[in-house]
Write a protein that binds this ligand. Structure first.
Ligand code: G6P
Length: 482
């Protein structure tokens, strides 16, 4: 049993480990990536428990059924991977989760053209099948002893699980948590009504519905008003639905500063730091670290840098921009096209203003964690400008490791801005000129102001310890008599 006194069962699409195969046929494990996995694994390492995730590949499926022990920070937890038929999984993951829910909640559609919902019925069937299988697996885990388990269901992939699990176990303690933004009622109306209602009713099967930031909680509450039969109290963040009371809560997720510092001091990150310094020379360093992802607003970030150089020619040759992009969902055409556009834009800027002795932007497209840690240590300015983002952990990791009193430029639409905004330079992520001006402001800021802000960022992160996130959710449920 965990220190919180209950058996914790987490469910999410991506788990903390995935499997691959070397040329020799040997099975190898890799760590899952992304905000959810980073945050939940640190949280669960502190409490212990079981994590049920989807087998996302053929090699994952070969490991399904066995219990995998993950040792993390002295404690540990178990992982079980659920296998699915590939067509069902594709409908659920790409069809609904990635191409509809991700786009909807991050406002990524070019609405005059998309979505068109081709193939929706089939994809939705896959979504139902996978959500049902998760609910079944969770029920099995919670059978003995009854009433002891606390279910923490994660993200938009599993929006139907709370209601499906509630049908099976009416008295279960269930929390659902979204790591991404939540669209407001106008955005939700893009979805066909039955799907919109099923998603909202699905989440309302939980006792507590959690979000990273107040703005997303509020959007969810407003969205619930569109569902017939709900009574929504916006101020107290309560929804009454089907004779039950559902509480909506905000629990910003955090990071593990001590673990991060340890990784950043290890040789791979040291070597990457030497490499960056050799490339940089005595120039100032602007950094971004992201998945190569549409919501991260990479193109406007590059355009803003170009505007900044145009408007401030005294900086030509005195600054370099290191953009570390981790490839993501490259099987989706939208992602391939976006990544290609980013590469072309960086090339264009380099050939327009670059010189033999100066590369204005270096774009690196690979999963290179040590280099990201090194860049965090060295930046003068960190650009985090997502169009919308549930939280954004780069905005927390960077300031914890930075050694130069670097300045954070932060999108007003990142969940992190609720906690960190007052220590950062806030930008409207759509406003390219304003973002360009923010780069100039950051570079020209005096040392005392930089130090004050850097300290403010570090202590804002330190105030929210990583294990508080899991505990807070369990406490919410217990406060409701669960
Ligand atoms: C980030 C977000 C998570 C989301 C994940 C999906 O990590 O923080 O909320 O679940 O992306 O990415 P994936 O590669 O698993 O589709």
């Amino acid at each position: 049993m965990s220190p919180v006194g209950r058996r914790i069962v987490v469910a999410s699409n991506r788990g903390p480990v995935s499997f691959g195969r070397e040329a020799s046929g040997r099975v190898v494990t890799t760590r899952g990536a992304g905000g959810l996995v980073t945050a939940v694994s640190d949280g669960l390492a502190a409490t212990g428990g079981l994590w049920i995730a989807a087998a996302m590949s053929e090699d994952d499926r070969s490991q399904a059924g066995r219990t995998i022990q993950v040792d993390a920070g002295g404690r540990g937890y178990q992982v079980r991977l659920l296998p699915f038929d590939p067509p069902d999984y594709e409908g659920y993951y790409d069809g609904i989760s990635n191409r509809i829910l991700w786009f909807l909640h991050h406002a990524l559609w070019d609405v005059p053209r998309a979505p068109t919902f081709e193939g929706l019925a089939e994809a939705w069937q896959g979504y139902l099948t996978v959500n049902e299988a998760f609910a079944r697996a969770l029920e099995e885990e919670g059978r003995s002893p009854p009433g002891e388990a606390v279910y923490l269901v994660q993200d938009y992939h599993l929006a139907l699980v709370p209601a499906l699990l509630r049908e099976r176990l009416p008295r279960a303690a269930i929390a659902h948590f979204s790591h991404i933004p939540f669209a407001g009622p106008t955005g939700l109306r893009i979805l066909p009504q039955p799907i919109r209602e099923a998603l909202l009713a699905g989440m309302l099967g939980a006792d507590v519905v959690g979000f990273q930031a107040p703005a997303w909680a509020e959007n969810f509450l407003l969205g619930c008003r569109t569902l017939q039969g709900t009574r929504v109290d916006l101020r107290r963040r309560v929804v009454r639905w089907g004779g039950r009371v559902v509480r909506v809560r905000v629990h910003p997720i955090s990071i593990d500063p001590a673990g991060l510092r340890e990784e950043a001091a290890a040789e791979p990150a040291e070597a990457a730091a030497r490499d960056i310094l050799e490339w940089l020379g005595d120039r100032r360093l602007l950094v971004r670290v992201d998945r190569a992802e549409l919501s991260k607003n990479i193109l406007r970030g590059f355009l803003a840098y170009e505007r900044f150089l145009e408007g401030n020619p005294e900086w030509l040759g005195r600054i370099s921009f290191l953009a570390l992009l981790n490839p993501s969902r490259q099987h989706l055409p939208e992602y391939r096209a976006y990544t290609q556009e980013a590469i072309e834009l960086a090339d264009r800027i380099n050939s327009r203003v670059g010189r033999a002795d100066w590369e204005p932007i270096r774009l690196s497209l690979m999963d290179d964690h040590p280099r990201a840690l090194a860049a965090y240590r060295l930046y003068d300015v960190l650009l985090v400008n997502p169009v919308f983002d549930g939280m954004n952990l780069v905005a927390k990791e960077g300031p914890v490791l930075n050694e130069r009193d670097g300045v954070l430029i932060l999108s007003e639409n990142a969940g992190a801005s609720a906690e960190l905004g007052r220590h950062a330079i806030a930008v409207n992520p759509f406003d390219v000129e304003a973002t360009g001006r923010a780069i100039a402001t950051a570079l020209e800021m005096g040392p005392a102001e930089r130090r004050r802000r850097a300290r403010g960022l570090r202590s804002a992160v330190a105030r929210n310890p990583i294990d508080a996130w899991v505990r807070a959710q369990v406490e919410d449920l217990e406060r409701m008599g669960r």
